[in-house]
Design a protein around this ligand. Sequence first.
Ligand SMILES: O=P(O)(O)OC[C@H]1O[C@H](OP(=O)(O)OP(=O)(O)O)[C@H](O)[C@@H]1O
Ligand code: HPA
Length: 177
Amino acid sequence: MDNHSISVLISEDELAKRINELGEKINEDYEGKEVTLICILKGSIFFTCELAKRIHVPVIIDFIQASSYGSGTTSSGTVKIKKDLDESIEGKDVIIIEDIIDSGNTLSKLIPLLEERKPASLEVCTLLDKPERREVEVNVKYNGFNIPDEFVVGYGLDYDQKYRNLPFIGVLHMDEN
Ligand SMILES: O=P(O)(O)OC[C@H]1O[C@H](OP(=O)(O)OP(=O)(O)O)[C@H](O)[C@@H]1O
Ligand code: HPA
C-alpha cells in the first residue's frame, strides 16, 4: 500500500471563478450557434458538467473515452478508443473538453480522428495545462490554468481511479519510504 498526501493547488472557489470566465468566453464566441461538447471520459466529467451549466447557447453533450494512462502516473504514449461518440459531429461546432493536457498524446491522436468526421469547427477547452510536459503540440483555444509539472488529482482527475471526487485540484505527494 503506498503512502501519499494531497495538498490543495487550486481551490473550489478558484475553479468556479475560472470556469465562469471560460463559460462567458464560450457564450460570446458561439453566440447564435449550437455547440457540441465532447467530454473525454472519465476525467473531464466534472469540468464538462460545470462548464455546460454556464453556457447559454444550445448545448449537446457527447462522450468519448481514450485511454493512455494505466494505473500509475506516467503516460504509456499509446492511445486507445475505449468508447466512441454516440452521434455524428458532421457540420457541428464542436469543443473537446479535457481535464488536463500533459504530454499532449491523447489529444494529438483524438483531434485528427474527429477532424475526419467533418465538424464545422473543432476547438479544445482544457481545465488544466502542464506545458512543461508537452511531447506533442496541441492547439488549445480555452485553457483554465497552467500548472507546474506535478501529478494532480481531484475535480475528475484520478490516481489509480481514486480522488476524482475531490472538489479541488490537489498535488499528490508520494512518501519517500
Ligand atoms: O496529454 P496526455 O499526456 O495524453 O494526458 C492527458 C490525458 O490523460 C488523462 O486521461 P486518462 O487516460 O488517465 O483517463 P481518465 O480520464 O479516465 O483518467 C487525462 O484525463 C487526459 O485525457
Ligand atoms: O497530473 C495528472 N493527474 C491525473 N491524471 C493525469 N493524466 C495526465 N496527467 C495527469
